[in-house]
Design a protein. Structure first.
Length: 295
């Protein structure tokens, strides 16, 4: 016999002052209520209710058991409510893995807003372009920028697809001029990563043109590349999502806006889970909102 269910039935009988009313409240039958009470009394070895056609009353044992049942059932309900409320409240430590470009260049555009919206979430952020094993390394969620992802055991939620674009500072353009054609890039200072390949630009008409990159300035970090572009050292490539605010403020100029260096996909990755923790759910939803606002 389900003891808690029997307690609830007994309590309902007492508070409804009868079997028929209790059966209506519990959406069951009079006979089912009666059988449940009989089983309970048999297990307890005591009569709980005096039953006849004219009056309804509790026995002394019934009064004691009713008081105890109310206390136990209220405690169970309170405990369930506390757990339910806590489970729905975004809180706790959130371990996030992000690539360097997000941690270095994009963090300021979303982190303060997220922390203001969810003050009970503590963030532990790791910036690394290397692949991380979320489960083995204890991360709750990762943001990644790549081409289309291969199938994996992780949930991959697409956030945005962003063009790779060429930019330079307004000061650089003022000194060296604005290239109007792809072939004019060979006369400009091109900023690239150490060991980087030549650029392949695709026009809005679908034509691809390879540009040899003979740079006098190569770096091995996204932060240095960005700083050099802002300082007017030359032309560099970033995702439009990364430099959109700089373009809007006029700190950077979009070079050859009819061409791109392909696209990059932004994803939120997290382990499969039947019950996704609220702290992960609200973070992924927030990043989706943030990046879609950039489109």
């Amino acid at each position: 016999m389900n003891q808690l269910l029997a307690m609830r039935v007994f309590r309902c009988i007492v508070e409804c002052r009868g079997f028929t009313a209790a059966a209506e409240r519990l959406d069951t039958t009079h006979s089912t209520i009666s059988r449940q009470l009989q089983k309970l009394e048999a297990v307890l070895g005591a009569r709980l209710i005096n039953r006849n056609t004219r009056r309804f009353s509790l026995t002394a044992a019934g009064e004691q058991y009713y008081a105890a049942s109310v206390d136990i059932l209220d405690r169970v309900e309170s405990a369930a409510l506390l757990v339910s409320q806590d489970a729905e409240r975004p809180a706790g430590l959130l371990r996030i893995s992000v690539p360097m470009v997000i941690g270095t260049l994009e963090l300021a555009s979303w982190l303060p807003v997220f922390q203001q919206r969810y003050p009970d979430i503590q963030i532990d952020l790791s910036c690394n372009d290397q692949f991380v094993d979320l489960v083995a390394q204890g991360f709750d969620v990762a943001l990644r920028i790549s081409g289309p992802l291969a199938d994996s055991s992780l949930v991959a939620r697409p956030l945005i697809v962003s063009d790779m674009v060429l930019v330079a500072s307004a000061a650089y353009v003022a000194r060296h001029g604005l290239p109007r054609q792809v072939d004019e890039l060979v006369d400009h200072q091109l900023l690239t990563f150490t060991g980087g390949a030549d650029w392949v630009l695709t026009s809005d008409r679908g034509m691809s043109i390879s540009v040899p990159v003979e740079s006098r300035f190569k770096v091995d970090s996204i932060g240095s590349l960005y700083a050099a572009a802002l300082a007017g050292v030359g032309i560099a490539a970033f995702t439009l999502a990364t430099v959109q605010n700089d373009l809007r403020r006029g700190q950077l100029v979009h070079i050859l806006p009819n061409c791109t260096l392909g696209q990059r996909h932004y994803y939120a990755l997290y382990p499969h889970a039947r019950h996704l923790p609220p702290k992960v759910r609200v973070f992924v939803d927030f990043m989706d909102e943030h990046y879609r606002a950039l489109v």
